[in-house]
Design a protein around this ligand. Structure first.
Ligand SMILES: Cc1ncc(C[n+]2csc(CCOP(=O)(O)OP(=O)(O)O)c2C)c(N)n1
Ligand code: SF4
Ligand SMILES: [Mg+2]
Length: 342
């Protein structure tokens, strides 16, 4: 029984009918207040466990707990994303999250309480493009995995970066097709054993953030699930940036990736992510060989380029103006022809 698996206080909070923020501060369903606002925290003592997670009102409680395996990076990404939105005071009614298929696609859908569009495998960006063109005032955010966005959806990804539509894309790179049991993906490192490369992978992996940067995105960064705070700030910068923004989030899949590689201890993986990461500003003299196996983290690109949606709207406005000018010129010519009898 679900009830037996989780803390009884927490279960009660999950099952409660109200949408209240912790400590009694009332919050509407999509409330964005700071849950600590107005509280006197001077004498606060550490508590055993909060009765209710302070950001619970951003989540679809009825479906919790998540289906992520123990130690999966998906929970960290959900937590970081939710904190980023909370800090930015964005009303979730202004957000559309679009996902494809895979464990990473479950991060916003169904868990994050906003309009969510759970699409077919590899097609999240195509759907997101339609939403953004028709609803330019909405913040359209794609969250999906390496298999989804870099594999079957790779073509959509590079062309979206080239066209520079104002989307935010979070690619959760766990180097594997996690949901389907651990098949090789376009980001699986060379020499790795997976269920479909049992004698090791002899294909070279995409450095997917570099590919997207080269394709023309306005903002590109890479972080890992170890770097939760930097990732949160980067998500905020990506959302604020006008144009195509992309974050590669190196994440852990202790189950499907872990089973053939031996990397099944989430704590060890996080330490590995910490130890192997190097900030982009510190890579100066290092050669490609020296950076092999390292995770270059930080902001890789930030540039100003015309944004597709605004460019299309401007083009449309100019064309409408020309057409109405032509129409009124034509009417004037007709009228004068009638007046002169010619
Ligand atoms: C057209 C199509 N092909 C294959 C699948 C099977 N499938 C479901 S999820 C998935 C891979 C997901 O990998 P990734 O995007 O990396 O997500 P993860 O589960 O690793 O987070 C595949 C191949 C599918 N659902 N649809
Ligand atoms: S299979 Fe891997 S990616 Fe999917 S939920 Fe489990 S640990 Fe996470
Ligand atoms: Mg994956």
């Amino acid at each position: 029984m679900l009830k037996d698996l989780i803390d009884p206080e927490y279960f009660e909070a999950l099952s409660s009918e109200t949408d209240q923020a912790p400590d009694g501060a009332t919050t509407p369903s999509y409330g964005i207040q700071d849950p600590l606002q107005g509280l006197d925290l001077t004498d606060v003592q550490p508590r055993k466990a909060p009765a209710k997670h302070p950001l619970l009102h951003y989540l679809r409680r009825e479906i919790l707990p998540t289906t992520f395996c123990t130690g999966c990076g998906g929970g960290t990404v959900l937590n970081t994303f939710t904190n980023a939105i909370n800090e930015m005071r964005i009303d979730p009614r202004e957000i559309v999250c679009v996902t494809g298929i895979g464990c990473a696609s479950w991060i916003p859908s169904p868990y994050f309480k906003c309009d969510t569009l759970h699409t077919t495998h590899g097609r999240a960006i195509a759907f997101a493009t339609g939403v953004k063109i028709m609803k330019p005032d909405m913040k359209v955010i794609v969250i999906a995995g390496d298999g989804d966005l870099a594999g079957i959806g790779g073509n959509h990804l590079i062309h979206a970066a080239r066209r520079n539509l104002d989307l935010t894309v979070l690619l959760v790179n766990n180097f594997i097709y996690g949901m389907t049991g651990g098949q090789v993906s376009p980001t699986t490192p060379f020499g790795t054993r997976t269920t479909t490369t049992p004698y090791t992978n002899v294909e070279h992996a995409f450095k997917i953030a570099d590919v997207v940067a080269a394709a023309g995105a306005s903002y590109v960064s890479r972080w890992t699930t170890y770097h939760a705070f930097q990732l949160m700030e980067s998500i905020q910068n990506a959302i604020n940036k006008d144009g195509f923004s992309f974050i590669e989030i190196i994440s852990q899949c202790p189950v499907s990736y872990g089973k053939m590689t031996g990397m099944s201890d989430p704590v060890k993986i996080l330490k590995h992510l910490r130890d192997q990461s190097i900030h982009v500003d510190e890579t100066g003299d290092l050669s490609e060989e020296e950076l092999e196996g390292r995770f270059v983290v930080g902001k890789l690109v930030e540039r100003r380029r015309s944004e597709l949606g605004s460019a299309l709207r401007e083009l449309n406005r100019q064309r409408q103006e020309q057409l109405s000018q032509q129409l009124s010129d034509g009417l004037r010519a007709d009228t004068s022809a009638m007046e002169t009898g010619r």
